[in-house]
Design a protein around this ligand. Structure first.
Ligand SMILES: C[S@@+](CC[C@H](N)C(=O)[O-])C[C@H]1O[C@@H](n2cnc3c(N)ncnc32)[C@H](O)[C@@H]1O
Length: 210
């Protein structure tokens, strides 16, 4: 069950597809992010947040509302995404959310973003060209006792072999297995972490503490 990394980014480039993506994100069931939001609520990290792969920014807004004192930098490799994210923000959210474009895998793009108390990412790990480098870069941006929380799909056999080329199944094939994540963390030298499989078993979270 080899990992099939593929580029997911092409479809986000044209304005029409991005618009569709925005509508889908708005409609995305609360269940998709329920566990993720509940974990962030429980962690209740104070201070500065960095969201990696923020897409069209709907999740960013939900998190800003759930954490009314947090300042959030939303960061995405595609400027089209960050442009869409800026639309329709309330005044409060406009003050607390900033947007940056760049590549989490590129140290030069990320090194001057500042220090963060919480860095999180949802459904993005399997998109990163070099996950080891991205995690290393993000870890280096954590303030003391900061948390890096990565939430993504998991490559499971029962979905991997379903004969469908839809985005969801391709993403499952590009996602990581638990052993692969452990190997990456061990190569970077990160020891203080917890990986959890989340219902319905094809989602996993990695919580790293500095
Ligand atoms: C599947 S979308 C998820 C968006 C959002 N997190 C959500 O849950 O709706 C993946 C996002 O990651 C972004 N992305 C992919 N590779 C990236 C990288 N190396 N650095 C920053 N963002 C990246 C893509 O442009 C895209 O917006």
């Amino acid at each position: 069950m080899k990992r099939i990394a593929e580029s997911h980014q092409g479809s986000f480039f044209d304005a029409e597809a991005s618009g569709e993506y925005l509508n889908d994100a708005k409609k995305a069931s609360k269940t998709k992010y329920r566990h993720f939001m509940a974990t962030l609520k429980k962690l209740d990290v104070k201070g500065k947040y960095l969201e990696i792969g923020s897409g069209v920014g709907i999740l960013t807004q939900d998190i800003a509302i759930q954490h009314p004192n947090a300042e959030i930098m939303a960061y995405d490799i595609l400027s089209e995404m960050t442009e869409l994210s800026r639309q329709d923000l309330s005044e409060d959210l406009r003050k607390r959310i900033s947007y940056e474009t760049g590549d989490a895998c590129d140290e030069n793009s990320i090194k001057d973003l500042g220090g963060f108390n919480l860095i999180y990412s949802a459904f993005t790990l399997h998109h990163w060209d070099n996950a080891e480098l991205a995690i290393k870069n993000l870890y280096s941006l954590l303030n003391d006792e900061g948390i890096l929380y990565i939430y993504d799909l998991k490559r499971v056999m029962w979905l991997y072999y379903i004969k469908s080329e839809s985005g969801f199944f391709n993403s499952i094939r590009a996602a990581y297995r638990l052993s692969e994540i452990k190997k990456i963390l061990s190569k970077i030298g990160i020891k203080n972490y917890r990986i959890r499989t989340i219902l319905p078993f094809f989602i996993q979270s990695v919580l790293i503490r500095k």
